[in-house]
Design a protein around this ligand. Structure first.
Ligand SMILES: *Cc1c(COP(=O)(O)O)cnc(C)c1O
Length: 388
């Protein structure tokens, strides 16, 4: 059975060009770029070329790029650095729909005595800008709002939020893990101070990412030890990972515009065909302002997990965003923040596409999913919904 992979916001396949680029650094060129001898020193240049490629993808300068272990580390590093650098300011402002990499850090910071405020979103997942303006004040050290949401694909007005943060002397960080490689980004003409990205969301391997820190923004390392990354991130350079990320960045920069168009058409077709064939569905998020590859659809009155299990039997990978806490299934914090009704939040399924998805794969889901939904609804005590 062939795997049909519609879970690209969770992780992506490594591009074969990326794999080819990194292989020499796993085989013969295994040196440490910090070494004195030329065998090691010779891998320093490919690392700097990769840094150039990552910088170019987001309109940054290479000296503003710090390689990390991924999105989670970059998020942690950015926010904790901001707090350390502004010791008199104790407030952190984030959105309610951030990735757990940010929200869980927020909980930890609260335990350490910081004040963490979560800005609400509306029913389409759009940020409440008025509340944000009220919450951000002169005691705010850092504001962190994601560029695009991993569950709904919603795109956030990060430039506007950065300007509000600036007005109060706060730093602005954005988790752009889902945006980088999917949306054009030009940090040179932006007020964003720090930005997180992750390799495995753009066809590089897991365990490599980067943090952009704008020139002039003071930064304290999160991982301390040796002097790698000009003293900003310790640990022996992950040369194969860095080279892979550089190659993935180069490919994304080259193909993004064309690919975004193709993906949006594929995604829109999947979404429309499913909604035409299946009653009582709703699209979660803001259809007018989201990533080209993501659709989050609720099949009301049934459990998303049951749908995923039956899709899995056909080799189809998707995701629900729910979290299993103490045995019961909780709808995702993102859908809860949006106030999605209980019966819809439980039936949410996210399809996230990549450049490797095809028309045939969309056809398969469009054919197989409606009978699955019908069968599950027959078993549901809530179906058919009673007339009010
Ligand atoms: C995947 C993801 C992360 C975590 O990145 P890792 O590299 O897996 O640590 C953070 N934020 C968002 C929005 C993500 O989608």
């Amino acid at each position: 059975m062939k795997t049909v992979y519609f879970d690209n916001n969770a992780t992506t396949a490594v591009d074969s060009e990326v794999l080819e680029a990194m292989l020499p650094f796993l085989r013969e060129r295994y040196g440490n770029p910090s070494s004195i001898h030329s065998f090691g020193g010779e891998v320093a240049k490919p690392v700097e070329e990769a840094r150039n490629a990552v910088a170019a993808l987001i309109g940054a300068s290479p000296t503003e790029i710090i390689f990390t272990s991924g999105g989670t580390e970059s998020d942690n590093a950015a926010i904790t650095s901001a707090l350390y650098m502004c010791p008199t300011k104790k407030k952190v402002v984030v959105s309610k729909v951030e990735h757990p990499a940010v929200l869980t850090l927020g909980k930890e910071l609260e335990r350490r005595g910081f004040k963490v405020e979560e800005v609400p979103v509306d029913s389409k997942g759009r940020l409440d800008m008025e509340r944000l303006e009220e919450i951000v004040d002169d005691s705010t050290a850092v504001v962190s709002v994601m560029w695009a949401n991993n569950e709904t694909g919603n795109i956030y007005p990060v430039e506007k939020v950065a300007e509000i943060a600036k007005r109060h002397g706060a730093l602005f960080h954005t988790d752009a893990v889902q945006a980088v490689g999917k949306l054009p980004i030009d940090l040179a003409s932006s007020s964003i101070d720090m930005l997180s990205l992750s390799g495995h969301k753009l066809h590089a391997p897991k365990g490599i990412g980067a943090l952009y820190v704008r020139r002039g923004v003071r930064f304290r390392p999160f991982v301390v030890g040796g002097h790698q990354e000009r003293g900003r991130r310790a640990g022996t350079t992950n040369v194969p990972g860095v080279v892979a990320l550089g190659k993935a960045a180069e490919i994304a920069a080259r193909d993004m515009a064309e690919e975004a168009k193709r993906l949006a058409e594929l995604r829109d077709r999947l979404e429309k065909k499913l909604r035409d064939a299946i009653p009582s569905t709703r699209v979660n998020g803001d259809p007018d302002n989201r990533l080209p590859n993501t659709t989050n659809i609720s099949f009301e009155y049934i459990e998303g997990e049951s749908i995923l299990l039956l899709l899995d039997r056909l080799g189809v990978c998707a995701s629900s965003g729910s979290a299993c806490t103490s045995g019961s299934i909780e709808p995702s914090h993102v859908l809860r923040a949006m106030g999605v009704p209980y019966t819809a939040a439980h039936g949410a399924v996210r399809f996230s596409l990549s450049k490797y998805n095809t028309d045939e794969e969309v056809d398969l889901v469009v054919k197989e999913l409606p009978p699955i939904i019908a069968r599950l609804r027959e078993l549901s005590p809530f179906w058919p919904p009673s007339e009010k």
